[in-house]
Design a protein around this ligand. Structure first.
Ligand code: SF4
Ligand code: SF4
Length: 384
């Protein structure tokens, strides 16, 4: 795919990122692969496939595309839409088994929330190697003999990703808002679109400025409109916006309380929607809906043998593994985003979640029941 086509596709799919973009599943040959060439696997979210293909340019290898219902790796795996079954299916049906001599498949690390390496090995004989979080790191990962550096394991939320998320929220919300006001307030459409884009950019791009205030210890649950999130952060952003609006109106010479009230109300709704914690997509983290975010990862030292699977899949660098003493510790547990990957992958069930009431959520529950859109794990009892 040439650069212009790649850029256009990137732009369109970023604007519509909240929607699935499925592409064909199966096997793609990159360059001239042989029987010893590495086998990579990714989801069938179109943008992800294009990015992986771009990263693999010039490398002789195989790329398997497994069904994730057109959703990105992390969301699909955490939500139960990218499963062991999908990996097994593409390994068994793509013909890859006849093309290579080895049985090693490199999966994106963020799939570890939903895919169990041990089950894949047991059902297919293939060993799962957890690759880097970002496709751009694949060439360096290969150069490093298929070993990840700590940087390749981390989810950092850099400015590019924040811009993409701002665009992904702003585009559909501004379109819906514009359509909604056409019948009774058409003259404000342009301002409304500007407002939504401005707020989305403010919330996502200013993340490094306020991220240190998002203390995980203060997470709490509540109904979104009464609980303005962790430390009232969404409310803080709203007040900041209102003050800026008042200042601008006074300087522009058209200050009226009616206009401040009207735009104040609209901006509050926009901030609350942009800050919705759908599958963890908001940078302010707490909408009060995502109760999984209140859980703590507990390490049972009596069961841990220092194998280090947890460290390999943790996107927040929470672990340190002492191989000599065969034990893991969690010196940075405060950075945890409750993705559950470490719990799913620990072969000795040495990790589990505990809720604020001190109740334990065992590894089997985390492996079996995935999160829904608002971060709730529907267990069998609740589903009945
Ligand atoms: S917690 Fe589990 S995966 Fe991590 S080192 Fe201990 S036994 Fe291994
Ligand atoms: S420690 Fe937290 S962030 Fe790291 S893998 Fe476990 S649940 Fe995910």
């Amino acid at each position: 795919m040439n650069l212009i086509k790649y850029f256009v596709l990137n732009t369109i799919e970023t604007l519509l990122r909240v929607f699935p973009f499925p592409c064909k599943t199966g096997l793609i040959k990159m360059g001239n692969p042989g029987t010893n060439s590495p086998v990579f696997l990714t989801c069938n979210y179109h943008l992800a496939v294009e990015r992986v293909k771009r990263a693999l340019k010039g490398i002789d290898c195989y790329l398997l595309v497994a069904n994730s219902r057109g959703i990105n790796v992390w969301c699909a795996a955490t939500g139960g839409l990218f499963t062991n079954h999908d990996i097994i299916s593409v390994l068994k049906t793509s013909g890859i088994e006849g093309l290579v001599d080895h049985r090693k498949v490199i999966l994106p690390q963020l799939a570890a929330t939903g895919i169990e390496a041990r089950t894949i090995k047991k059902k297919t004989g293939w060993n799962v190697i957890w690759g880097p979080v970002y496709a751009k790191d694949i060439p360096a990962f290969i150069k490093n003999k298929f070993k990840k550096t700590p940087k390749m394991r981390g989810v950092e939320f850099p400015w590019m990703q924040r811009t993409e998320m701002a665009v992904a929220w702003a585009f559909p919300i501004s379109i819906i808002a514009a359509i909604a006001v056409i019948p009774f307030w058409p003259e404000t459409i342009f301002l409304l679109i500007l407002l939504v884009w401005g707020l989305a950019c403010l919330i996502f791009l200013a993340f490094p400025i306020y991220s240190h205030r998002l203390n995980s210890e203060r997470k709490r649950i509540g109904f979104i409109f009464f609980d303005f999130g962790r430390g009232g952060f969404n409310l803080f952003i709203w007040i900041f916006f209102i003050l800026a609006l008042i200042l601008y109106s006074i300087l522009a010479g058209d200050f009226t309380w009616g206009s401040i009230l009207r735009w104040g109300f609209i901006s509050l709704i926009a901030i609350l929607i942009i800050s919705l914690d759908l599958m963890g997509s908001t940078p302010t983290y707490k909408s009060g809906l995502h109760e999984d975010r209140l859980l703590k990862v507990i390490l049972d030292e009596t069961k841990c043998n220092g194998a280090g699977f947890c460290d390999q899949v943790c996107p927040r660098d929470c672990y340190r593994v002492n191989r000599k003493e065969q034990i893991a510790t969690m010196p940075r547990v405060g950075r945890c985003v409750q993705c559950g990957a470490c719990i799913v992958q620990c072969p000795f069930n040495a990790l589990y979640f505990m809720n604020p009431k001190g109740e334990i959520i065992p590894p089997e529950t985390i492996r079996k029941f995935k999160l829904n859109l608002i971060g709730k794990r529907l267990t069998q009892t609740e589903g009945k």
